[in-house]
Design a binder for this molecule. Structure first.
Ligand code: C2E
Ligand code: MG
Ligand code: MG
Ligand code: MG
Length: 274
């Protein structure tokens, strides 16, 4: 009986995995056509500086709407895009679109407004990445100082020379470099002093846990290293006031706005909490 049960579960497993392969293939195929079919969109979340009562930026978050009903979360399709290399052309599309949207946003929020774009390790591994990004910005009339690039800790720790070199080149060209989801990776304190970065984004898990010792340690350390800090995933009024009182430079999260197209973003008057 045990043998039979084993065989049965084997078949079940095989069927599922074959189905997965087909599904993955269909997703890859669909994603590879997403740009030409106009299925990609950028949504934005404002980044607010409480001490100056200013919107200092917004993070671009990629959305994919395939057909009428099929919608996949970035946590599902970004890995597919990375595995297939599709993240490279998609990433250039994101940067170009963010540049176009920046012109509207800077009008609304003022000249110190920066647009943030997420960059994956696969993109930074391209030898021509920096040159192509600079060409896009030039063509769209945006200065590198108006754009922030967000990379995760694992990206910066990656030993590949190209990745490290490109990050340093981008920073030299004027881009702000932010370390995303900070606290969840494995960077040592000594590495942190050597990385070409300007900013830390505290992972939202620490905000939702209300992990105050950790948050204040990050703030103190960032202060000593002259890095600015943004708190991600601020959802409640309490969290918002707490992060303001703790002198966190930037605040981002559902409390300000859920990700939405730039035309729908709240104005400063609508998000003023003073
Ligand atoms: P991320 O860069 O850390 O972006 C923040 C994520 O947290 C977003 O998820 C956002 O919707 C979500 N979030 C923001 N505020 C709150 C909050 O108050 N509560 C909760 N529960 N969640 C909040 P999203 O849009 O699903 O994106 C997930 C990840 O996908 C991003 O994490 C980023 O790593 C990646 N991603 C998104 N767009 C791009 C892109 O254009 N290129 C690349 N390479 N990666 C991207
Ligand atoms: Mg990010
Ligand atoms: Mg993050
Ligand atoms: Mg994240």
């Amino acid at each position: 009986r045990a043998k039979g049960a084993g065989r049965k579960s084997f078949h079940l497993y095989e069927a599922t995995s074959r189905y997965d392969h087909v599904e993955n293939f269909m997703n890859e195929l669909a994603l590879s056509k997403a740009i030409e079919k106009n299925e990609l969109q950028l949504h934005y979340q404002l980044i607010y500086n409480p001490s100056a009562d200013e919107v200092v930026g917004a993070e671009a978050l990629l959305r994919w709407q395939h057909g009428q009903t099929f919608k996949m979360e970035p946590s599902e399709f970004i890995p597919v895009a990375e595995e297939t290399g599709l993240i490279v052309p998609i990433g250039y599309w994101v940067i170009r679109q963010a540049c176009r949207d920046w012109h509207h946003l800077v009008n609304e929020y003022g000249s110190s407004f920066k647009i943030s774009v997420n960059i994956s390790r696969i993109q930074l591994n391209e030898e021509s990445f920096v040159a192509r990004v600079l060409a896009i910005l030039r063509a769209e009339g945006v200065q590198p100082t108006a754009m922030e690039l967000e990379v995760t800790e694992s990206t910066t720790l990656h030993s590949l020379q190209e990745v490290q070199l490109n990050l340093a080149k981008l920073r030299e060209a004027g881009f702000t470099i932010a370390l995303d989801d900070f606290g969840t990776g494995y960077s040592s304190l000594s590495m942190l002093t050597q990385l070409p970065i300007d900013k830390l984004k505290i992972d939202r898990s620490f905000i939702s846990e209300g992990n105050l010792p950790l948050i204040s340690a990050i703030l103190a350390m960032a202060n000593a290293l002259q890095l600015t800090v943004v708190a991600e995933g601020v959802e409640t009024r309490e969290q918002f006031h707490l992060m303001s009182e703790m002198q966190c430079w930037g605040i981002q999260g559902y409390y300000l706005n859920v990700p939405m197209p730039y035309m729908e973003l709240p104005t400063l008057a609508e998000i003023s909490f003073k």
